[in-house]
Design a protein around this ligand. Structure first.
Ligand code: PBG
Length: 338
């Protein structure tokens, strides 16, 4: 009989050292990307009701939060901009304003910390349009359509503005066809060939984004996103989405949401093992844990680690999570869940 712990049932309490030694997966701060919401018309951090413990920060405070995270060992950040509501328009012009909240925040972070933090930026127009869609709606043949190709021009400009401000990676999240190629071409043309692309290649039309839409004020004002985001009933289609983005030049692929799509994470990792894979542990997944923990129904630390571990075990190399700072703090306190 092998000596592995699982085969020795007579030992009721297995030594933690043995379990740690043979564990296949572990979570460290090196795996995590912390999302940050930046808003340009507020003085103080604004709590997000649907995301307990999470805030929208004024541009000037971003340095503080990044500094705290860096101190806890978190090195990667994903910035989302929340522009003034009156600036939003039909085509999402404020998305490529060099003085918008995201470019301003990047410049401040670079001034304070140089190139130490790794900065990813969300590239999508939904937070910048008056209608809240990720593409530009047009009236055509008596119907409202999302005009894929004119949207590409806007997101390419947005990516270049973020690169100019000092982003390391841009992360297109709008699920427009050809977005990775359009961004790659624009970045290269403008001399930013060193800026990478983390593509939300596989993004499902999900109910788990609810709290985020409150945070970023980006809910669609009419219709829904089912014409451009993926159908939760499909897994094989994810292979096609991944392949297209790889061919267009994506450096990192992403599956989103994470928890209800662990099979998809595994499918992508098995088929494209040579590509770094990120998974987005989205707002709804975060808020459910926080809400149940507030009620005392679950052990927050244990459940959080269990979820992140499951996402990694499924095949993700990188996890984007609102739990990042909590996890970093708990790890520093010596918390070890399993
Ligand atoms: C915008 C975008 C969304 C998220 C990230 N970028 C929302 C959406 O598609 O409606 C969701 C993130 C989350 O829920 O945490 N395109």
């Amino acid at each position: 009989m092998p000596m592995f712990p699982q085969t020795r049932p007579r030992r009721l309490r297995l030594s933690k050292a043995i379990r740690d030694l043979v564990a296949e997966t572990s979570i460290s701060v090196n795996d995590l990307i912390m999302p940050i919401f930046v808003k340009d018309d507020i003085e103080n951090p604004e709590p997000i009701d649907a995301m307990p413990g999470y805030y929208r920060y004024p541009v000037k405070d971003v340095v503080k939060i990044v500094g705290e995270a860096l101190e806890h060992g978190i090195k990667a950040f994903l910035l989302f901009g929340v522009p003034k509501p009156e600036k939003k328009d039909h085509t999402g012009t404020p998305a490529y304003d060099p003085n918008g909240p995201v470019p301003q925040a990047i410049r401040l972070i670079r001034k304070e910390f140089g190139w130490e933090p790794l900065i990813f930026t969300d590239v999508c127009i939904c937070g910048y349009t008056s209608h809240g869609h990720c593409g530009i709606p047009v009236e055509k043949h008596g119907r409202t359509l999302i005009d894929n190709d004119s949207t590409l021009d806007v997101i390419a400009k947005m990516a270049v503005v973020h690169a100019e401000a000092g982003a390391d990676f841009v992360a297109p999240s709008g699920m427009m066809d050809g977005m990775v190629a359009a961004i790659r071409e624009a970045l290269d043309e403008e001399g930013y060939s060193e800026v990478g692309i983390m593509s939300y290649a596989i993004k499902y039309a999900s109910g788990f984004y609810g709290p985020f839409r409150e945070a970023a004020d980006s809910a669609p004002r009419f219709g829904d996103r089912r014409s451009y985001q993926m159908d939760p009933r499909n897994a094989m289609e994810a292979l096609k989405e991944a392949l297209l983005d790889i061919e267009e030049g994506a450096d990192i692929l992403m599956v989103k949401p994470a928890l209800a799509y662990l099979d998809v994470i595994r499918l992508i990792k098995e088929n494209y093992p040579h590509y770094p894979l990120a998974a987005y542990n989205v707002s709804g997944e975060y808020s459910m844990v926080k809400a149940a923990a507030e009620k005392g129904w679950i052990d927050e630390k244990l459940v959080t680690f269990e979820i992140l571990t499951a996402i990694k075990r499924a095949g993700a190399d990188i996890i984007i999570t609102y739990h990042a700072m909590d996890v970093a703090k708990w790890l520093r306190e010596g918390y070890s869940p399993f």
